[in-house]
Write a protein that binds this ligand. Sequence first.
Ligand code: FES
Ligand code: MG
Length: 591
Amino acid sequence: MTKLRSRLWFDNPDNREMTALYLERYLNYGLTREELQGNKPIIAIAQTGSDLSPCNRHHLELAKRVRDGIISQGGVPMEIPVHPIQETGKRPTASLDRNLAYLSLVETLNGYPVDGVVLMIGCDKTTPALLMAAATVNIPAIALSVGPMLNGWFKGVRTGSGTIVWKARELHAAGEIDDAGFMEIVASSTSSVGYCNTMGTASTMNSLAEALGMQLPGSAAIPAPYRQRGQISYQTGQRIVEMVHEDMKPTDIMTREAFENAVVVNSAIGGSTNAPIHLNAVARHLGVPLDNDDWQRLGHKVPLLVNLQPAGEYLGEDYYHAGGVPAVVAELMAAKMLPHPRAMTANGRTIGDNCGETRSHQPEVIHRVDQPMMAEAGFLNLKGNLFDSAIMKTSVISPEFRDRYLSNLDDPEAFEGRAVVFDGPEDYHLKIDDEALGIDENCILIMRGVGPIGYPGAAEVVNMRPPSYLLRKGITALPCIGDGRQSGTSGSPSILNASPEAAAGGGLALVRTGDRIRIDLRRGTVDMLVDDAELEARRAALPDRPFTPDSETPWQEIFRERVGPLSEGMILRGADAYRGTAQKGTSRDNH
Ligand code: FES
Ligand code: MG
């Protein structure tokens, strides 16, 4: 049996005085000396649920079942708060706080008597924040999804989180529904506790946490209110105690092989464009190489299997009944498309052993691999004089656009259009319906100043609807480019996460309305057709901190000073130098 880390606090013969000090205070809520000194693992439950975090709020209930599971295996649970990261509630954007929650959880896990941790994941940024922290501290860790909401319904039609907002705003802009109708349709998508029921960033990141091996098999897709959710919570609590005794750490699970599996699974589920940002971040904190070229190379040719909104029609409950992540993995394995079936997972078995037998129960929801929804559904990593790296989700490009600009191998054609540039979402909302801009179907909408430094935090504002007068003519999408992100629930054909951002002096800082933009998907390039001398003149005219409004809070300023580009995971520069803090064991006592 391995020596428990918590014994450095509670049973340290070299320092009786400190042992007494640590012990007496942890006894004061009724724990016994047997619990703290009896070689029982202390298991943290990293609690992301709160009244301010409705998507994860059900974790307040699930934590009770996790505790029961921990105790049943001889562990001692200790629930700890995580800084809230509520996707839809936090201004200016929840992603600003991913690194803050990461930092604070690293300090908590590293500085307190914790032997293992249950990561209570769910809403978009909670999953990467907790995986990043587990990666840095590297104590045994297992993730537990809160689970998606039940399906939303409106007049007999499935309404999915987020996706319905993008649809309803088109109906509203076209004058087909009024304000009350808009609210009613949007609210219909929210039918229970849980996270977004579409394949947005939450379902994506929870599925990928399972594909990485960090959750029990089948855990990601169970809807939040189902009884199976309580049961897997109990089993997760049981398993983390065993993992501590086995000394099974995040570095044993989240290997390069595991990330390659996750990239492939992301294409098959039609995952969010936020996934490369977050997985690249987790990988960096582990010291595992992973970049956007890997995403295109490993993921682009993988077929889309999961028929969930926004790329398809179904929702979270359907995904669960069709078999969830194990069925997706089994389908990929049937075609030998899962690169590493031997990758280890949290339950001590390989992903291949866990999932190999469980083919799709409902091929209309999780397609059979020989009848995919789309043949090549992964991301493209585009480059050019506007940016060094930007992601395009090909599974949501319209069939016409796809045929014309991407699939037709014999007759490559590039898309050329006129740039219409917006400096942030306020500028866009103000001007988009102004007919004087002359936006037509040959325009490319550009959004800048919305990256990690510019916003700050990189906002989900790049998916822009066309002007109302085009919507009324039936033109529902225009190509969009931006240095921010796009909600995973959006189906717009956007070029996202452009790095470096305008605020860091990237090419987007130089583009002007009226410039010609050439998008060549076959070559993987996006360029503004402006000569170098002119670009140099424009660069010389940039102010000191371009596209960077004043910081409102100390954290915003610290974040701006330290943050790296979206293509490198938007982590704090230098934070990835700290790895395996628990193994280093260099912490000093506090008195
Ligand atoms: Fe929290 Fe979608 S907004 S999960
Ligand atoms: Mg979002």
